[in-house]
Write a protein that binds this ligand. Sequence first.
Ligand code: AMP
Length: 302
Amino acid sequence: MSTRITRLEAPPELRLWSDRCRAAGMEVGLVPTMGALHEGHRSLIRRARAECDRVVVSIFVNPLQFGPGEDVERYPRTAQGDLAMLDEEGVDAAFVPGAAAMYPSEASTTVHVDAALTSILEGAHRPRHFDGVATVVAKLLVAARPRRAYFGIKDAQQCAVVTRVAADLDTGTTIIVCPLVRDHDGLALSSRNVYLGAEERRRALAIPRGLSAAVRAFEAGERRAAALAALVRRSMEASACGVDYVAVVDPTRLSPVDAAAPGCEILVAGRIGRTRLLDVIRLGIDEAPLGAAGAQEKTSRA
Ligand code: AMP
């Protein structure tokens, strides 16, 4: 257990801590997470440490963003290991509220982002998910008033939603979108990967394999979005990986494009058993997740 990190358990404590930082002339960076921290989270924390005077990481499994029948109860919780990682990374404060501190029983305000952005893609499969995300992020931004808040492109639609929330509510926070970090075999790191058995994990690799095929096709001049998406879809289907969607989109509005251009993103949501997996590639920016020979060393394990 950490001895150095300031532990904050309720929004007023977070506000006080942050007020004090700002009063001392320091810029605060916020990294919101649901815990079960891995190298993807670590990359956000390092970026925040490099750019801000003080860093607070929130760890909160936000019940509002889980639908009925989703995995809120079994979502991995690794509090001791998480705090050890924050300590190792020189994080200044951990915000670790309980659900009652964030949502007292009388609370009746939620934040809703227009359906044009929140009813498509993830929103089509997880109704009201993004209202839950928007509400918790708005509360964190109000309490911490960070100069910058850090999010991962892996959750590309979430990035688009929180960027709108931060701007529309005049929070004064800049949303920094950080690159996706992959495991040694090319799979996008996710707290939910612990749900996958060995055979399921092999099937899940159809996602980075399909994205690699799409990246190579794009590099070879293929611009038809439908053809790029088909490469990913076919790879997933060949491994019995359920396809919720494969979409080639414009990065700001997340609207589908017919012709892919550099900067467009391929967003993927797949299912292996009960486990949902997200992935994303930025065309013309990201390398193929898997090298020509197959898996490629991308990062050391957490
Ligand atoms: P989560 O704890 O899953 O809610 O994620 C907290 C933050 O970490 C979100 O902004 C995620 O997009 C980001 N994140 C999760 N996985 C990765 C990854 N593999 N690479 C980069 N960022 C990630």
